[in-house]
Write a protein that binds this ligand. Structure first.
Ligand SMILES: Nc1nc2c(ncn2[C@@H]2O[C@H](COP(=O)(O)OP(=O)(O)OP(=O)(O)O)[C@@H](O)[C@H]2O)c(=O)[nH]1
Ligand SMILES: [Mg+2]
Length: 272
């Protein structure tokens, strides 16, 4: 990933636009750490991807938040066509370094943390399945250019904030933006997540989806999930490891409903 980051940084002088993709469910945790490697003069827009999985009211709060900061932002469900307005706004940019008489394409880079939908956005912009997309973080390895409508777009590997703490990495694993197996056992990851959902009034989604009681300890709640889903080991004991994985899969794929785990205006600043 260090190579990808170096390749990306080497483009800094020739780009016209950075499209920074963040997960709409956690725009602070998925802020790209590479933004501050680019000059302040470079235009940056924020794409809140996976808006179909996020709480729409919270996403509206984020869009207002970015607007107040003077940053253009778009909430998108990248499984669908992206609005023409976004494509037109990109086309309307004038290439920064070209003389008016010489035409050149607008140079755009898509950046962001792993698995947020960078390659999917790129495919939407170029209008074909050009870049590989996948559910596991780390699909895109290096930096590659693709031709779009009036622009050339570079896809880049997902880069995690090296300053991010272990808790931040585990929260990203809840959304499958980092690899859960690197983080620790699925049951402890799921219990931590359940505790967070309980503390933030989000656990009712477990009752709504599976009809389970959420008033107990995180481990008791996870046991109820496991029993409900039939994740039992020999002797009928709930297998907490497979239960934890199933619970987090359900959260990250939206089976528990549209849940945002971050709202704007809390703690750390979102922009570099
Ligand atoms: N539901 C939903 N899924 C999405 C959306 N955008 C991307 N995905 C899914 O998220 C996963 C990751 O998408 P990619 O485009 O490969 O993400 P990436 O940021 O390029 O990932 P890396 O190259 O691994 O860093 C894929 O399974 C996509 O189908 C979206 O807006 N909504
Ligand atoms: Mg990719």
């Amino acid at each position: 990933m260090a190579k990808g980051q170096r390749q990306l940084e080497s483009l800094s002088g020739i780009l016209d636009l950075l499209l920074e993709v963040r997960d709409a469910r956690a725009p602070r945790l998925t802020m790209s750490p590479v933004l501050d490697k680019f000059p302040d003069s470079l235009e940056v827009w924020t794409i809140l991807s996976k808006s179909d999985l996020a709480n729409p009211d919270v996403t509206s709060e984020w869009l207002r938040y970015f607007k107040e900061l003077g940053r253009l932002s778009w909430a998108l469900d990248l499984r669908k066509e992206i609005p023409d307005k976004l494509k037109k706004t990109i086309s309307a940019l004038s290439p920064a370094s070209s003389s008016k008489k010489i035409y050149r394409e607008i140079r755009v880079a898509v950046v962001g943390t792993p698995n947020v939908g960078k390659s999917m956005l790129l495919n939407r912009l170029v209008g074909r399945h050009a870049a590989a997309v996948g559910g596991i973080p780390g699909i895109t390895k290096g930096v590659s250019w693709f031709k779009g409508h009036g622009c050339i777009i570079v896809d880049s590997p997902g880069i995690l904030d090296p300053r991010g703490d272990a808790r931040a990495h585990r929260m990203l694993a809840w959304l499958s933006s980092t690899r859960g197996q690197v983080i620790g056992s699925w049951d402890s990851l799921a219990c931590e997540c359940i505790e967070f959902l309980q503390e933030h009034d989000l656990a009712s989604s477990l009752t709504d989806t599976w009809g389970i009681d959420i008033s107990g300890t995180p481990q008791e709640v996870l046991e109820s999930v496991g029993r409900r889903l039939g994740k039992l080991s020999q002797g009928g004991v709930v297998n907490l490891e497979t239960s934890g994985r199933a619970m987090l899969d359900a959260l990250s794929t939206g089976k528990l409903g549209r849940i945002s785990i971050e709202r704007p205006g809390v703690s750390r600043s979102e922009l570099p």
